[in-house]
Design a binder for this molecule. Structure first.
Ligand SMILES: [Ca+2]
Ligand SMILES: [Ca+2]
Length: 211
């Protein structure tokens, strides 16, 4: 068969496989301030200290400000485990301490059809968020042993995925295979420094991105 025809068939197949899907909802990210010095960037599993203001896109109403409401302290959160809305898990990655971002979060990545408290159903939300501090998530010897199910002193992708599934359940969220696989790939890309397909105890314990 002539190559052009193959290309044509492939394009048609590609259209049917990918074109039929609804577009994934996205967070719009605007960087308002980026510090000159950045020793490390936020990633899945990090613990972040943030100050934020949240607004309704529809009429500009501020529904929360961590600086003015409650105890007026910044808030701690763990990134990437759905402790916060999806829009934050997606929009707060790769940030430096001191960086400020404006996130525009569609309802599907925020409080959806239900809304919550002062937030009406189907609201697009706008957040001004400043990261005050970034800390490593738990990287103790104990948590490594807990993850290393077959005790071979290295973590396979299956073991990390199983750990994520348990963590999600522990926090009261339904397990999500596709989401976990994306997270596992992201984790291995950053942690498996010698690319052997496993995270060794050494790779797990020592943080090189802070040097
Ligand atoms: Ca293992
Ligand atoms: Ca490795």
């Amino acid at each position: 068969m002539i190559p052009e025809l193959w290309t044509c068939i492939f394009s048609v197949l590609f259209y049917y496989v990918h074109g039929a899907k609804l577009p994934e909802p996205e967070v719009k990210i605007e960087v308002l301030y980026k510090p000159f010095l950045c020793h490390r960037k936020s990633k899945y599993g990090d613990i972040l200290l943030v100050h934020y203001e949240g607004f309704l896109e529809s009429n500009g109403t501020m529904f929360h400000s961590s600086r003015h409401h409650g105890d007026k302290n910044p808030v701690w959160l763990t990134l990437g485990i759905r402790e916060v809305i999806k829009g934050w898990d997606m929009g707060l990655q790769g940030m430096c301490a001191g960086e400020k971002r404006k996130l525009t979060v569609p309802p599907a990545l925020a409080y959806g059809k239900e809304g919550k408290g002062k937030i009406p159903p189907e609201s697009t939300l706008i957040f001004d968020i400043e990261i005050i501090e970034i800390r490593n998530g738990p990287r103790s010897h104990e948590s490594f042993q807990e993850m290393d199910l077959n005790d071979d002193w290295k973590l396979s992708k299956a073991e990390v995925k199983e750990y994520l599934r348990k963590e999600f359940e522990r926090h009261g969220y339904a397990a999500n295979d596709t989401h976990h696989e994306v997270m596992v790939e992201d984790i291995f890309q950053k942690e498996d420094e010698d690319n052997d397909g496993f995270i060794s105890a050494r790779e797990f314990t020592y943080k090189h991105d802070e040097l």
